[in-house]
Design a protein around this ligand. Structure first.
Ligand code: BGC
Length: 361
């Protein structure tokens, strides 16, 4: 009974994005307190627009609001650069390091080094498997995948598809999130394949979420399936847009529902145009704020209770997991209202009428 109440309290904390301070870890706050300086390493600027347009912006916003020093850099999908940036940040005196790993191996090396130098560590968005981060801040990524599976299924039903062939464009095989997204969409779609309600088409993982490679991969899928693909589970908007570009070449866009993730400008425009079925909106502002709060607390020698943990092998990693939201044509406006993208970005001349039709004013 008591356990139940505690669980509810923890969920309540999470939904309001709140974190409680558990007080000083060491019992000697003055001695352990450091002036916070936070280093952030973003993964690249091509696998998704979010890292530069949302994460950098909202992290800066959070750090500035808190009045802390920071250094945000982007490894541009280069693992050697990732490690060099980390070394420079550690030498430069960061008190906390937040990373979005490029793979768990290099991520772990960076986290372990930071830890050995007394630098606090946070896995931002992607969990480093076998790593040592003190916190993990992300979204409920299995739910992200579930929303994608449900979205594809909803759009296929709306199109009146009978025994549709569904292909998969999974995310990077080295990104733990891609594994979680797939577990989520499989939980919705696999029972339909098993029941012969849907037919499983080709499935590929896209290395490093490379959008250009995704187009080549999808073109090959379409050839293999002799043009008979009725729905595409694409793990993010970039991969979805790659599939849409090939569908356009074959005059199949708008007929074949495609999913996505990240509520990117391009993804939202594809939804308004009817070429993309849905996307998943993740309020990065909240993710950035939660991570920033934790990094600052760690620098002050405080320990926060996130009310939740995630398993990494035998390790229970204290985590903040935020709630994702499915976006269809009728609620594209919610993403704009939330300040994630602007009306000006989405509703360019070519999309003005579509925006008005979707109630974006
Ligand atoms: C993130 C997604 C992003 C993808 C590619 C994932 O780890 O959670 O939001 O689209 O990486 O950058």
């Amino acid at each position: 009974m008591r356990k139940g109440i505690l669980t509810i309290a923890a969920v309540g904390l999470l939904t309001t994005g709140g974190l409680t301070a558990c007080g000083d870890d060491s019992g000697d706050k003055a001695a352990s307190a450091k002036t916070p300086k936070i280093g952030v390493i973003l993964p690249d600027s091509k696998s998704s627009a979010r890292w530069e347009t949302a994460d950098r912006r909202f992290l800066e916003e959070a750090f500035k609001a808190a009045g802390v020093k920071y250094d945000i850099q982007n490894a541009q999908n280069d693992k050697t650069a990732f490690q060099t940036i980390a070394d420079q940040m550690i030498t430069g005196g960061v008190t906390a390091l937040m990373i979005v790993n490029l793979d768990s191996g290099t991520g772990k090396a960076v986290l372990d080094k930071a830890k050995s130098q007394g630098v606090a560590t946070i896995d931002y968005d992607r969990l480093t498997l076998g790593g040592s981060a003190q916190y993990y801040v992300s979204f409920d990524n299995e739910t992200v995948g579930k929303l994608q599976g449900e979205g594809l299924s909803k759009c296929l039903t709306e199109k009146g598809a009978k025994n549709p062939v569904v292909s998969y464009l999974n995310g990077s095989p080295t990104d733990n999130n891609a594994t979680l997204f797939k577990a989520g969409y499989d939980s919705v779609l696999k029972p339909k394949f098993d029941a012969k309600e849907y037919t499983k088409g080709p499935e590929d993982a896209v290395p490093a979420w490379d959008n250009a490679q995704a187009a080549t991969i999808f073109e090959q899928q379409l050839t293999t399936a002799k043009g008979k693909i009725d729905g595409v589970l694409a793990a993010n908007d970039g991969l979805g847009n790659a599939a849409i570009s090939i569908l356009k070449k074959n005059k199949l866009n708008g007929k074949v529902p495609v999913t996505g993730q990240d509520a990117s400008t391009e993804g939202l425009q594809n939804i308004l145009a009817g070429d993309q079925c849905m996307t998943v909106y993740k309020a990065v502002r909240e993710e950035a704020k939660a991570a920033s709060d934790l990094a600052i607390a760690l620098a002050k020698g405080e320990k926060k209770d996130t009310g939740q943990t995630v398993k990494d092998g035998d390790r229970d990693v204290p985590s903040v997991l935020l709630t994702p939201k499915a976006i269809y044509k009728d609620n594209v406006k919610d993403v704009i209202a939330d300040g994630y993208v602007t009306k000006e970005e989405v509703c360019t001349a070519a999309y003005a009428k579509l925006c008005a039709d979707a109630g974006i004013s």
